[in-house]
Design a protein around this ligand. Structure first.
Ligand code: SF4
Length: 345
């Protein structure tokens, strides 16, 4: 495993460092997100927040702005809160034991194992989707790997396999193997270093492990958003402090019924939710967008504030498109901006 990993590993920036802070940032960014997507964010984030102290001292808005478009924003909020705790409670040193690490927001069993083995060379296991797939195939383990008893079996196996020497490289090797060779569909068993000891590979049954689970039911949703502009920019509203996409800035709007007059529904929604009285005009953009199991059709409409005073409600702000980089905005808002094009108010 180690020899294979050293020969075949992809050259990634977080593999050129043993700095626990940088490894932590990379592990959080890589949750539910591909390497290609993470790469530019990783560099940009560390340029602005090069140390745990810099992250702890920065306002949450600045952190969310750097995370804009990466999705799963609770990761950014937890990272920031955990950085504050590391500075306040651990003098700026990232803990090097599982118990204290897992007490930090956003650090679970997997992330703790990755930081400990890669940055601190501790003999600690990791278990992510890639490792689960490799182990399930190696040992012909049937069942739902997210549930007990299989989950415990997998953790125990991962812990027993990890060697005292180079545990970080070993863990990364298992993950790399799952990401590149032991792929979910069509694993290339012919070029796998574990082919001679792999139960599923030898039996030609790789497709049966891990036991395929039913896909979550997708929910179709229709959303409408208002693009309201003035000489000061676009009117954007800030989401609540808790819940989905908390604290992010977005175009005012929300979920509407899947059928019926979208413009009329949007006008009503803006009045009810934001006390904004608007005239909704033409459609500016329409695109698909997914968050968890919600498959959304998003429609952005041009809209104009009614009334003479044109006061904007609390929690909203005029945002110049040129300053959008300093706001934490959702990917959906970025897509609307792209749809609206270079149109400047
Ligand atoms: Fe995966 Fe095939 Fe290697 Fe087994 S032999 S670990 S199924 S790639």
């Amino acid at each position: 495993m180690l020899a294979w990993y050293r020969r075949h590993r992809r050259d990634l920036p977080w593999r050129r460092t043993r700095d626990p802070y940088r490894i932590w940032v990379s592990e959080i960014m890589l949750q539910q997100t591909t390497v290609q997507t993470v790469l530019p964010y990783y560099h940009a984030f560390l340029e602005v927040f090069p140390t745990v102290e810099a992250l702890a001292e920065s306002p949450l808005d600045a952190v969310l702005a750097r995370w804009s478009g990466l999705g799963y924003y609770s990761r950014a909020r937890n990272l920031k809160r955990a950085a504050e705790r590391v500075v306040e409670e651990h003098g700026g040193s990232i803990p090097d034991d599982r118990e204290r690490l897992q007490r930090l927001p956003g650090i679970g069993e997997y992330t703790a194992g990755a930081i400990l083995s890669i940055a601190f060379s501790r003999r600690e296991p990791v278990l992510d989707g890639n490792v689960i797939r490799v182990l399930a195939r190696l040992f012909l383990l049937a069942g739902d790997p997210r549930k007990q008893p299989l989950r415990n079996v997998l953790w125990t196996l991962a812990a027993r396999m990890v060697p005292a020497d180079d545990p970080g490289d070993f863990n990364q090797g298992l993950m790399e193997l799952g990401a590149t060779v032991c792929a979910p569909r069509s694993p290339t068993c012919g070029s796998c270093p574990l082919a001679t000891i792999c139960g599923a590979g030898r039996a030609g049954r790789a497709g049966e492990f891990p036991t395929p689970q039913p896909r979550p039911v997708t929910v179709p949703v229709r959303l409408a958003a208002a693009v309201i502009s003035s000489c000061r920019g676009f009117l954007m509203v800030r989401r609540a402090r808790a819940g989905l996409l908390a604290d992010l800035w977005e175009f005012p709007g929300g979920e509407i019924q899947r059928r019926g007059d979208a413009q009329a529904q949007l006008a009503r929604l803006l009045l009810d939710r934001h006390s904004l009285r608007v005239t909704v005009g033409r459609e500016l953009a329409r695109f698909g967008h997914s968050i968890t199991n919600r498959r959304m059709t998003v429609i952005a409409f041009e809209a104009r504030l009614e009334g003479a005073r044109r006061a904007v409600p609390p929690g909203s702000s005029w945002v110049d498109p040129g300053d959008i980089g300093s706001y934490g905005v959702s990917s959906m808002a970025l897509k609307i901006l792209a749809g609206v094009g270079r149109q400047r108010p």
